[in-house]
Design a protein around this ligand. Structure first.
Ligand SMILES: NC(=O)c1ccc[n+]([C@@H]2O[C@H](COP(=O)([O-])OP(=O)(O)OC[C@H]3O[C@@H](n4cnc5c(N)ncnc54)[C@H](OP(=O)(O)O)[C@@H]3O)[C@@H](O)[C@H]2O)c1
Length: 211
């Protein structure tokens, strides 16, 4: 099965790409700078381009059954507007190409329309807005676009703090409350890749943490 991974040169994307290759998936990536993939470049189909470009997006998704979007806001201007465009292009091309499954990274401070933030997440949101402004903007922009696409079987994976310590492979997931404050990077990669075939979290937005 071919999987498209967006944001594969990022921290979460790299862990996800490694895990997808370990699990034997054929992988296509859309990256602005192929050299950032290092030795992994030889193991995947690389589309060099920009997520803001319609034809790059189409080439990146063609032939895939599933998309894992790990792209997030970077320290560049207009991340909210750019990720609105990225969300619109991504979901539009998925619909055009008949791809139904989308696994999308997000953050623990993001809320679904019917949810309220508890005090812990309210405090976290202030910190995230201050320290990781672009990431927050990108996720705020893309979330409603994904949720409004009724043809897409989405899973929004809400990670809290990501730690680079070695993972144990045990992930706690809960779509009502945060099961912990931190997730190890390789545990997050494993969880994202497991969602390719798992139906458990379709149209849900689990919070995830390492056990
Ligand atoms: N890091 C954390 O602690 C943390 C915690 C919770 C949730 N998250 C979520 O995870 C997401 C990713 O985090 P991360 O730490 O992996 O971020 P990252 O290392 O900055 O990676 C961002 C990725 O998005 C790509 N990207 C951004 N704009 C693009 C564009 N226009 N065209 C093509 N690629 C583009 C970047 O490509 P380039 O390499 O070309 O810039 C990079 O591959 C965040 O947005 C956030 O929602 C992160």
């Amino acid at each position: 099965m071919q999987v498209s991974i967006l944001g594969a040169t990022g921290m979460v994307g790299n862990a996800t790409l490694r895990e997808a290759l370990n699990k034997g998936y054929q992988v296509k990536v859309l990256v602005r700078s192929p050299e950032k993939l290092g030795e992994l470049k030889e193991k995947v189909t690389v589309v060099e381009g920009n997520l803001l470009d319609s034809s790059s997006m189409e080439r990146a998704l063609e032939g895939s059954n599933v998309v894992i979007n790990t792209a997030g806001g970077v320290k560049e201007p207009d991340q909210y507007a750019k990720f609105q465009r990225i969300g619109t292009l991504l979901t539009g091309k998925m619909n055009e190409l008949g791809i139904k499954r989308l696994i999308n990274i997000s953050g623990a401070v993001m809320t679904l329309p019917e949810e309220n933030l508890d005090l812990k997440r309210k405090i976290m949101k202030v910190f995230v807005g201050f320290l990781f402004k672009e990431m927050k903007q990108s996720q705020e922009a893309i979330l409603p676009i994904i949720l409004s696409n009724k043809n897409i079987d989405w899973t929004i994976v809400r990670a809290a703090m990501i730690s680079k310590k070695e993972g144990v492979g045990n992930v706690l997931a809960d779509d009502k409350q945060m099961p912990g404050m931190a997730i190890k990077l390789d545990d997050l990669g494993k969880f994202l890749v497991e969602q390719i075939i798992s139906k458990q979290w379709v149209n849900k937005a689990p919070f995830v943490a390492s056990r």
